[in-house]
Design a protein around this ligand. Structure first.
Ligand code: E4P
Length: 224
């Protein structure tokens, strides 16, 4: 399973990129606003693409089919790694179908059911993004939706990738992996929480103390 970063913060992407384990980035208008960088959306996406050599999702905001198609074509032309995010509703589905036929890679966003995922896959989307955290917030089992989508896509050999999105805590990552998601996209805080464990800190402290003790013993013996 690939690990992607779900952020529009260039600083976070730069910081995470040094480990070589992040293979893509997802952004959305809310993350762009949160980054408050003053950068235009295109400039921000181009800067991200200069840091991560992998798919970078950039979202459309048009509401009608023609608007979505025009906007998606423009966004797709920004950079070869750009994937266009389109929300799944009636207009979105038609736009996904038309754009996929043109070879534009689509990440279907705001997916909350297996039916929406199945429709997007049949329309030619490259990715579907079930929103795990938002489903959990609404009292559903977000990961169960991911499992259902993976099962359907596998059974019918659909090539669309399942991108577990709206992940909120580090346990969501192995849960997404066990559910069979091809990609997990996560906030920077969730990513950094993945390599932290209190027992690792305790163990490191103890090894340092013991190394100090062993050195002191050796010096004491040499002095006798
Ligand atoms: C990513 O593609 C989604 O836009 C993002 O994961 C949504 O996360 P949120 O539900 O925490 O806003």
């Amino acid at each position: 399973m690939q690990l992607w970063l779900d952020t529009a913060s260039v600083e976070e992407i730069r910081a995470a990129s040094r480990f070589g384990v992040i293979s893509g980035v997802t952004t959305n208008p809310s993350l762009w606003a949160k980054a408050a960088s003053g950068q235009g959306y295109r400039d921000m996406v181009l800067e991200i693409a200069s840091i991560i050599d992998g798919p970078i999702s950039a979202e459309c905001v048009a509401q009608d089919v023609e608007g979505l198609v025009q906007e998606a074509r423009q966004i797709a032309a920004w950079h070869p790694n750009v994937v266009v995010k389109i929300p799944i509703d009636e207009n979105g589905l038609e736009a996904i179908y038309r754009l996929s036929k043109e070879g534009i890679k689509i990440n279907t966003t705001l997916v909350f059911s297996a039916n929406q995922a199945l429709l997007a896959a049949q329309a030619g989307a490259t990715y579907v993004s079930p929103f795990v955290g938002r489903l959990d917030d609404a009292g559903h089992d977000g990961m169960a939706v991911v499992r259902e989508i993976v099962e359907i896509f596998e059974r019918y050999h659909l090539p669309t990738r399942v991108l577990a999105a709206s992940l909120r805590h580090p346990r969501h990552v192995p849960e997404a992996a066990r559910a069979g998601a091809h990609i997990a996209t996560m906030p920077y805080a969730v990513f950094t929480a993945m390599f932290k464990h209190p027992l690792t800190d305790v163990g490191m402290r103890r090894f340092l103390e013991d190394a100090e003790r062993a050195r002191a013993q050796r010096l004491a013996k040499a002095g006798t």
